[in-house]
Design a protein around this ligand. Structure first.
Ligand code: ZN
Length: 315
């Protein structure tokens, strides 16, 4: 496989309060992990700023105006209990979006097989008209719509393995049979949505996992529910909301996946991509709040994207 890594030069310009789990050190940890020799063959590109008006593909126009108005001239503004916006946050979000759309172009034009975008802030909690859970714009959802608009892709699958349910992505696509959204997530946990009974128009597949469960339970739900539903949907492209907060070290949740579980999951989803969409995968970083757990999970995820195998990792 040829794998593109998209980096975000201005990731540190989105400032959250001291001690906030969604901090710039997360992306530093990912960059350090992917700077090792094991990852020399990655094709590397820096994201350029994207056009934030593209966010209106999924968000209410008034929502974007509200976000712009909430930006402080300096310091940090608060949008809800745990979601913050600093002076340059929207520029950072725009660059994350630009990176995800560049990855989409590279994969859909056949320049690379797959891509991983090391960006922040995360996006899957951002609903049509509400910022939430550290998220400002729903980057993966915008990429899904752009794949349809620009490339005529008819059927897009979004697989969300962040430990939290992607309520925003579900909100955006719950009435749209052209987008399949599947999520594995701890329940109960923030944001409280994601019951198996929430099925949209038959295009939503939620697989809640019990607190303190481990990779074995995850593997079971992917084998028996999510991957069969994904293959049945038969997408033209698969997007990942790639969160690594199901790792056993993560402070925000109580699942017990290890780094190898992220590699296994990536490999299984690649098998599906091989069978239904010519291997086309764009993976976008969402959560992951223990720096070591995040680095380990990302390492196994990206090594698998590159080689279909983990190989030697010095972690
Ligand atoms: Zn999360």
């Amino acid at each position: 496989m040829s794998t593109l890594l998209v980096s975000q030069p201005n990731f540190a310009d989105h400032v959250t309060p001291q001690g906030h789990p969604e901090c710039a050190d997360r992306v530093r940890a990912v960059e350090d992990a992917l700077a090792r020799d094991r990852f020399d063959r990655l094709i590397r590109r820096d994201a350029a700023s994207g056009d934030l008006t593209m966010a209106e593909l999924v968000h209410d126009a008034r929502y974007m105006a509200k976000l712009r108005d909430a930006r402080p001239a300096e310091g940090i503004g608060q949008l809800d209990a745990d979601t913050f916006v600093s002076a340059k946050s929207l520029a950072v979000a725009a660059t994350g979006l630009g990176g995800a759309l560049a990855a989409l172009d590279a994969v859909l034009l056949g320049e690379v097989d797959n891509a991983f975008c090391a960006i922040r802030p995360p996006g899957h909690h951002a609903e049509i008209a509400t910022p939430m859970g550290f998220c400002l714009i729903n980057t993966v959802a915008i990429a899904a719509r752009e794949a349809q608009r620009k490339y005529g892709a008819e059927r897009i699958a979004i697989i969300d393995f962040d430990v939290h349910h992607g309520n925003g992505t579900q909100d955006i696509f719950k009435g749209d049979p052209s987008v399949f959204y599947a999520s594995s997530h701890q329940m109960p946990l923030f944001p409280g949505t994601g019951k198996a009974s929430e099925t949209g128009v038959g295009n939503i597949c939620n697989a809640p996992l019990a607190p303190n469960s481990d990779g074995a339970e995850m593997r079971e739900v992917y084998r028996t529910r999510i991957i069969p539903a994904l293959l049945n949907f038969s997408p033209d492209l698969i997007l990942f909301s790639a969160g690594f907060d199901a790792h056993e070290r993560d402070p925000l949740a109580q699942l017990n996946w290890n780094a190898a579980d992220f590699g296994w999951l990536t490999g299984k989803l690649m098998d599906a991509a091989d069978r239904c969409c010519g291997n086309r995968i764009v993976s976008v970083l969402e959560g992951g709040y223990d720096l070591k757990g995040l680095a380990g999970g990302v390492s196994h995820h990206v090594a698998m994207l590159m080689d279909g195998a983990i190989g030697r990792l010095d972690d």
